[in-house]
Design a protein around this ligand. Structure first.
Ligand code: SF4
Length: 165
C-alpha cells in the first residue's frame, strides 16, 4: 500500500494543520498544488475535501503532512517562522507549532493519539472554537480576525450536506 492509499484510511495530523486546511477551504481555495518544501498539504487537503468521513489521528509531532517535507529533519521540524510581525513568538517552527497545537487541543478537548472523523473534528471546532484571538495572541488581531472569518466559512462549506455542493 502506498502512502496516499494509507492516508485514505487514516491521516495523522497536527490540529493546526487541519484548522489551516479548513481555513483555506473558507477562502474558496480548492486547487491543491504541491509546495516547494515538498510537504503533503496538497495531498492531505484533497483527501479531506473528498472524504468527510476519513479518520484523523491527532499528532503533535511529525504528521503525514510533514513526513515528505524538506524540513522534516529526522522527526523534528528544523524550519523557522517569520517573527517580524509576531515578535513574542518563538522563532523555531517546531516550538511555535507545538504551542498552537497545545492551545487547540485544550480548546477542543483532544489529545495526542485521539481518532476522529474529519466531519466530527469540524463539528467540534464549530462548537468549541469560540474567540480564537487567545490561541493566536502573538499574531496581530486583524490577521486572526481574518483567519477566524475564513475558518468559519470553511467549516460551513465542509459541514454542508454533500449533495449541496
Ligand atoms: S511543520 Fe515543518 S516539517 Fe512540517 S510541513 Fe511545516 S515546515 Fe515541514
Amino acid at each position: 500500500m502506498n502512502e496516499r492509499d494509507e492516508m485514505q484510511s487514516t491521516i495523522s495530523i497536527k490540529p493546526h494543520h487541519f484548522v489551516d486546511i479548513i481555513t483555506s477551504f473558507g477562502t474558496g481555495n480548492r486547487i491543491f498544488t504541491p509546495h516547494p518544501y515538498g510537504h503533503a498539504v496538497h495531498t492531505v487537503s484533497e483527501i479531506i475535501d473528498s472524504n468527510r468521513e476519513v479518520c484523523l489521528k491527532i499528532e503533535l509531532g511529525i504528521d503525514d503532512i510533514c513526513r515528505p517535507c524538506a524540513h522534516n529533519a529526522a522527526g523534528f521540524c528544523d524550519d523557522t517562522i517569520d517573527t517580524s510581525y509576531r515578535p513574542s513568538a518563538p522563532s523555531s517552527k517546531n516550538k511555535w507549532n507545538l504551542l498552537i497545537d497545545q492551545r487547540w487541543c485544550e480548546r477542543l478537548g483532544i489529545k495526542q493519539g485521539d481518532r476522529l472523523k474529519a466531519r466530527e473534528l469540524c463539528e467540534r471546532i464549530r462548537d468549541k472554537m469560540g474567540d480564537i484571538t487567545d490561541i493566536y495572541h502573538e499574531v496581530p488581531a486583524h490577521m486572526t480576525a481574518e483567519r477566524s472569518t475564513n475558518l468559519v466559512r470553511g467549516l460551513e462549506y465542509y459541514l454542508r450536506q454533500e449533495e449541496e455542493f
